[in-house]
Design a protein around this ligand. Structure first.
Ligand code: PMP
Length: 362
């Protein structure tokens, strides 16, 4: 009988709720408007020759490196940040090693680390999801080989200061520190330049969120040259498809489009948070394109009622420390207006008012 590896048998299947997503998609932190029209035009111009060839990543990597202000040897394009996480786990984790994460956080760190046979050490975030620096430092051991931090974090929207993350890199030179900047464009702070100097620091970025290209599957992993050469060894040369490579330079060139969308999201983040305060719903001030809100015991009913009104949001009740919480993605003025109108109705209809009026700053 064929047996999967023990580590794989112990994994729980991860199935994000992708079925039947019709309506206003505020459930996966995607762009609510999609990519730049210039990117779409480039995509439409592709021919069969391009598809017949194996994709060539390097010329596009040079452009991305130029855009990020890094050397080309520091940059690897990946099939989304998901692949970047997978590659780091394959490169650095042996069975029995420890991978340290701060929870609640993005699910894929634990999944890919466990698949390598590593032990996942979960450190709980502090009060109001503040980054628990002292607890993280205390859990670093000689076996710690990977530390993954989403910054800003998903699903909380909390951000850790750069100097705090650098302290961790310094305290664990035997570990790869992944700073996952998937939501960088909505936050504006980055450690990417530090990858030139800090050997165990990796920074990941994605084109799935602000650039509106989640379906194309393209992300970037940046690190120190010597370490990136190791990561390259476990990477497929073809994991980023030809269509994604063909349109990426156009996406980078149309910064006006991305900047315009990000500006709308930031404006609406303020507007939505203010409204949540008025409605007496408890939320955590966000650095990303979503807000985590505590609905309470009616969370599932709330998600269902929004779906009935054509708005999809994500129930995060099962994440550690997120009991009764729902995550709302922020989009354009119109999308936020629709969300707010529905929230006003539901607070009355479902009797959701928690009486908590002031916002919580993290
Ligand atoms: N990192 C974080 C923190 C995320 O929230 C997500 C998407 N939900 C990803 C990575 C995945 O990004 P990609 O689409 O580039 O694989």
């Amino acid at each position: 009988m064929l047996n999967a590896r023990e580590a794989v048998k112990n994994l729980q299947a991860y199935r994000p709720p992708l079925a039947g997503r019709t309506g206003l998609r505020l459930d996966f932190n995607e762009s609510t408007v999609g990519c730049s029209p210039r990117v779409l035009a480039r995509l439409r111009s592709l021919d069969s020759e391009l598809l017949a060839r194996y994709p060539e990543r390097e010329p596009v990597e040079r452009e991305v490196a130029g855009f990020l202000g890094l050397d080309p040897a520091q940059v690897l394009l990946t099939n989304g940040v998901d692949e970047a996480i997978h590659l780091l786990c394959s490169t650095y984790l042996d069975p029995g090693d420890e991978a340290l994460i701060v929870v609640p956080t993005f699910a894929m760190y634990a999944i890919f680390a466990q698949a390598e046979g590593a032990r996942v050490i979960e450190v709980r975030a502090g009060e109001n999801f503040a980054f628990p620096l002292q607890d993280v430092l205390a859990r670093i051991s000689p076996r710690t080989r990977l530390i993954a931090v989403a910054n800003p974090n998903n699903p909380t929207g909390a951000a850790a200061p750069g100097d705090v993350l650098l302290q961790i890199a310094q305290a664990a030179p035997q570990a790869a520190l992944l700073v996952d900047e998937a939501y960088f464009e909505f936050h504006g702070e980055t450690l990417i330049e530090q990858t030139r100097k800090i050997e165990n620091l990796f920074v990941a970025r994605t084109f799935s969120k602000a650039y509106g290209l989640a379906g194309l599957r393209i992300g970037v992993l940046a690190g120190a040259t010597g370490q990136m050469a190791m990561v390259h060894r476990v990477a497929s040369p073809y994991s980023v498809n030809a269509a994604a490579l063909a349109v990426l330079p156009e996406a980078l060139r149309d910064q006006e489009y991305v900047g315009g969308y990000v500006a709308q999201v930031l404006r609406n983040r303020e507007r939505l948070q203010q409204e949540l305060g008025y409605l007496g719903l408890h939320y955590w001030s966000s650095h990303a394109n979503f807000v985590l809100v505590r609905i309470g015991s009616g969370h599932a009913e709330f998600v269902r009622a929004l779906r009935d009104r054509g708005i999809l949001v994500r129930d995060r009740h099962s994440d550690p420390g997120c009991e009764g919480c729902v995550r709302l993605t922020i989009g354009t003025d119109d999308h936020t207006h629709r969300l707010i109108a529905a929230l006003r109705d539901l607070v009355e209809e479902l009797g959701l008012r928690t009486g908590f009026r002031s916002e919580v700053r993290v």
